[in-house]
Design a protein around this ligand. Structure first.
Ligand SMILES: [Zn+2]
Length: 239
């Protein structure tokens, strides 16, 4: 009898189980798996997850932009950009986040997927819209076959912004009261995905706030550590 290794639990990993239903494995690592900015912790932490064994994580040099790379394409240096798309089982594209939106998009009809880093700066450049439309173009995927998920990120409860941010987003994205002006990244992400042709019921938005929830690293809380949002196709079945 092979020894069964302990499975990584929901304490360690945030997941949208719809990914597994479509043959993908993805998620967002939590605080308990460590600072994923550290290459050693990242490699070892992700390898604790049985579904990821044998896959080498790839990261980006993130710039709050809108550039997307093919996870299968080899590169001499770390590509500068904020999104990955892929279709092969061997690849494990990762984006690093702490408060920014980890955005996942995948197809329910073909093994194509993407994982994206979308903070307010990226969303101000319509990155969720660009990510979903690029996937349709590059993979010849129909919008109605795509599903999307925004993982835990800074919630509207904590996303205080200055009035100078107002020019980047529609007024409906903001919650304003006497005390503060706050930006709702979920609302903006959803609207961009809808604009790209995805249907309302294909989009799921996590309401877990990385600032309020102790299980996550938070940039707003002054933490330098990052969590890994990753996605891969055709996760290995356990023996
Ligand atoms: Zn919060």
């Amino acid at each position: 009898m092979p020894i069964k290794e302990p499975k990584v639990s929901s304490q360690d990993l945030w997941q949208d189980l719809r990914m597994a239903d479509c043959g993908f494995f993805g998620g967002l690592t939590k605080r308990s798996l460590g600072n994923m900015k550290d290459v050693q912790i990242r490699t070892q932490g992700l390898l604790k997850i049985p579904e990821l064994r044998g896959k080498a994580p790839r990261i980006l040099s993130q710039v709050h932009g809108t550039k997307i790379f093919h996870a299968e394409k080899k590169a001499e240096k770390i590509p500068e950009g904020d999104g990955w798309i892929g279709r092969e089982q061997s690849v494990l594209p990762v984006v690093l986040v702490a408060d920014c939106v980890p955005l996942f998009i995948w197809s329910k009809k073909s093994p194509v997927f993407g994982v994206f880093h979308a903070g307010w700066r990226g969303l101000a450049k319509s990155f969720a819209y660009i990510a979903a439309t690029e996937m349709q173009k590059i993979f010849n995927a129909r919008a109605q076959d795509l599903l999307a998920s925004a993982g835990p990120h800074i919630g509207a409860c904590c996303c205080k912004v200055g009035p100078e941010i107002k020019e980047f987003f529609p007024a409906e994205d903001f919650i304003e009261d006497k005390k503060s002006l706050r930006l709702d990244l979920n609302f903006e992400t959803k609207n961009q995905l809808l604009r790209s042709g995805l249907s309302e019921d294909s989009i799921r938005l996590s309401s877990e706030c990385t600032v309020c929830s102790p299980g996550y690293f938070s940039y707003r809380n002054g933490e330098a550590a990052r969590m890994a949002a990753f996605m891969t196709a055709g996760a290995q079945k356990e023996d």
